[in-house]
Design a protein around this ligand. Structure first.
Ligand code: FES
Length: 491
């Protein structure tokens, strides 16, 4: 019987098959099917894979996309397929039991790892005797009602709101802990240890520390944490931050990625309202943060929305040059979320509805049903992507290397989990050279916090990471300003 060798994430699987199936049919039997937003009609190009051996010649759709498509390519005999990087790799690791390695957990029967984000909070509850995941819970950060971004919250804290912000976030974390414990049938009082990863401002507000030093030049944080404190009735480890605007969430993401344990040069980016970038090269870690604004989270976009049912999350160009879109849950289109926005702009550039300066001839660019983009949305995306791309370029230049010398690009955070890397390169958000070297980490901040909770030996590793870091300021940096102007143009 002929055999298909499947390569994914550095692993190889061999599968025998009968007849002449489509590639995705064989992948589906192994639980490795690629997503088919267009229903396998060869119209979206989202099921791209590398294929060699005895297979059908590329059909019209594959020629159009310049790639083999898992929904079109027919297997005729022995062949080999290389699949895009797994989008959930680290999330699976994070969501599963952590047992397997040596456990040197923090004290107590149970412990919680928390990702304290500006927008959302996520908590996972572990049994510390064996690292088993017992439950999880998440909710929006209630401080969002005060201000959406960190600068707004710093302002509110300095205007007398610090005790309220501190109370709000502590109560929210304790509420998540109660939810997770209830789900697991675990008494809340049995949870003695916690690790809370968050950006520097979030840790200041959590601990009721005045963020004055974060509010004014030269933005030197007085406290970078990296210690255990009594908080919320428990021992809480707050991992080290690297700078006023490169927090413990990024230190934890770097820890979870393992990039600092390898010799190869690697970039890690976490795209959110702030884009944090870390470049590991020759034993040094350059870190930066750049204000991308909330566009990639759908905020400030005319019909932007979060990842809700009906959000346009994928857009492609049909053979006759029209735009087609997929919505979350296949529901009628209600808005467009971050990944859909990147796709949409890439398609509008492809079809010439938007030019390289970002100008568009039409006042409305329809994606699906009544959901459309307006010229101001293109402008917002242009500013956001220019900030990230210029940040990446500044760090690469600081290290004296080009993008082609980066072996791996790690994408951390929710946005990176759903991003189409080809569309991201099409709009100039990430360097084109790196599209084939992407590793999607998922919530790496939470994964790093969980690693610290269950193995205290990781504390010395996270301290090593922080001590190897050097912050590269982008504000007022002529290299950054120059790159920012260049990256305002679409490729
Ligand atoms: S699923 Fe293959 S092209 Fe859309």
């Amino acid at each position: 019987m002929p055999e298909l060798i499947i390569r994914r994430d550095g692993e190889e699987t061999r599968v025998a098959f009968e007849g002449t199936p489509l590639l995705n049919e064989v992948l589906a039997r192994e639980g490795l099917a690629l997503a088919q937003p267009c229903g396998g009609r060869g119209r979206c190009g989202k099921c791209r894979a590398e294929l060699s051996g005895a297979v059908s010649p590329p059909n019209e759709a594959e020629v159009r996309f310049g790639s083999r498509l898992a929904c079109q390519a027919v297997l005729l005999g022995d062949c080999k397929a290389t699949l895009p990087v797994s989008r959930q790799m680290e999330q699976i690791q994070m969501d599963g039991d952590l047992a397997g390695g040596v456990l040197r957990p923090m004290p107590g029967k149970y412990g919680a790892a928390v990702d304290l984000g500006t927008t959302t909070l996520a908590l996972k509850l572990y049994r510390l005797s064996d690292g088993r995941l017992m439950g999880s819970a998440g909710k929006p950060n209630p401080q969002g009602q005060t201000a959406a971004d960190v600068m707004g919250r710093i302002g509110a804290a300095l205007a007398g709101g610090l005790p309220r912000l501190e109370r709000q976030v502590q109560q929210a974390i304790l509420g998540l802990l109660e939810t997770a414990c209830r789900e697991a049938g675990v008494p809340v009082s049995d949870v003695e240890s916690m690790v809370v990863a968050g950006n520097t401002t979030m840790l200041y507000l959590l601990t009721g520390t005045s963020p004055l030093s974060l509010s004014r030049a030269p933005f030197d944080a007085e406290d970078l944490f990296g210690r255990t404190v009594p908080l919320m009735g428990r021992q809480v480890y707050l991992p080290p931050c690297m700078d006023a605007f490169v927090g413990a969430d990024i230190t934890c993401a770097v820890l979870a990625s393992g990039i600092c344990q390898k010799e190869q040069t690697a970039l890690l980016i976490d795209v959110g309202t702030n884009g944090e970038i870390a470049l590991w090269k020759d034993g040094a870690l350059l870190v930066s943060s750049t204000a991308a604004g909330p566009a990639f989270e759908g905020a400030g976009i005319h019909m932007g929305c979060g990842s809700v049912a009906g959000a346009v999350d994928s857009v492609w160009v049909t053979a006759d040059g029209r735009l087609e879109a997929h919505t979350i849950s296949g529901a009628p289109a209600v808005g467009v979320c971050g990944s859909g926005l990147i796709d949409a702009v890439a398609c509008l550039l492809k079809t010439g509805q938007v030019d390289e300066t970002g100008a568009s001839a039409r006042p409305k660019m329809t994606l699906s049903g009544s959901v459309h983009l307006v010229p101001q949305d293109i402008r917002s995306i242009q500013l956001a992507k220019a900030a990230i791309a210029a940040g990446i370029e500044t760090l690469l230049r600081e290290a004296g290397i080009g993008a082609d010398e980066v072996t791996e690009l790690c994408l951390a955070g929710g946005f990176g989990s759903h991003l189409d890397v080809n569309s991201a390169a099409d709009i100039g958000l990430i360097p084109r050279e790196l599209t084939g070297r992407v590793r999607v980490l998922g919530n790496a901040s939470l994964a790093g916090a969980a690693a610290l909770l269950t193995d205290t030996a990781q504390v010395s590793e996270v301290n090593r990471i922080a001590s190897l870091s050097r912050h590269v300021a982008l504000g007022g940096n002529p290299r950054f300003n120059e790159a920012y102007m260049e990256h305002m143009l679409f490729p």
